[in-house]
Design a protein around this ligand. Structure first.
Ligand code: HPA
Ligand code: MG
Length: 219
């Protein structure tokens, strides 16, 4: 449930998950049997994702004031986060006196093959943009920077980026979201719409893929 009063949270790295955190044993949770053997651990259980998303929705509402919102959901990895974030914003908006009109657009980005980032960034479906971006995962920030430049060319009044996950990569990131759910170690994670060659989007928790899982779904 939403708390009534919340302390303002300035731009933050979100909930920090440290490199030495072993994650939760898979035996403590339920997950689809077709992924047995394909995962190492759960690093963020679904319920925690939902609770953090609710707080991000609150922060976004507090910052936006009376501005209309155009949500730009970055597919495919961002669809679950975006849907849940929009849901929480809607719920907060319904329960307050100042309701904010919200439109939702979708954009598709693809830059990963297996667990590697490729140089090829494809932006699909980017006709009419202005916004707030709901993105699943931010690594180097290279993809996000390219997208941000594109969105800026439409001259929106304000642009805010929400990312569920930011990875601690070796290089310092070129672009960091305004709202971050979790900062995570530099490991390949799947679930909650994040995929490995299109698999694992149907997993609710965010998990670390195992070496045998990578082999099984490699292309
Ligand atoms: N998982 C899934 N997709 C990704 C990741 C990841 O860890 N990093 C960048 N895209
Ligand atoms: Mg992907």
């Amino acid at each position: 449930m939403a708390e009534v009063s919340v302390r303002a949270e300035s731009k933050s790295e979100g909930i920090v998950i440290h490199d030495d955190w072993p994650g939760y044993s898979l035996d403590l949770f339920s997950y689809p049997a077709h992924y047995y053997g394909d995962l190492d651990c759960v690093i963020i259980p679904h319920g925690v994702i939902m609770d953090r998303t609710e707080r991000l929705a609150r922060n976004i509402m507090d910052d936006l004031g009376d501005h209309d919102i155009v949500v730009l959901c970055v597919l495919k990895g961002g669809y679950q986060f975006c849907a849940d974030l929009v849901d929480r914003i809607k719920a907060l908006s319904c329960n307050s006196d100042h309701t904010i009109p919200m439109r939702v657009h979708f954009i598709r980005l693809k830059s990963y093959l297996n667990d590697q980032s490729t140089e090829d960034l494809h932006i699909l479906g980017a006709e009419d943009l202005s916004f707030l971006s709901g993105k699943g995962i931010v690594g180097t920030g290279k993809t996000m920077k390219t997208l941000l430049k594109h969105v800026e060319s439409f001259r929106p009044k304000m642009i805010k980026i929400a990312g569920l996950l930011v990875k601690r990569v070796q290089l310092s990131p070129t672009c960091v979201p305004d709202y971050v759910g979790f900062e995570i170690p530099n490991r390949f994670v799947v679930g909650y719409a994040l995929d490995y060659n299109e698999y694992f989007r149907d997993l609710n928790h965010i998990c670390v893929i195992s070496e045998s899982g990578k082999k099984k779904y490699k292309i």
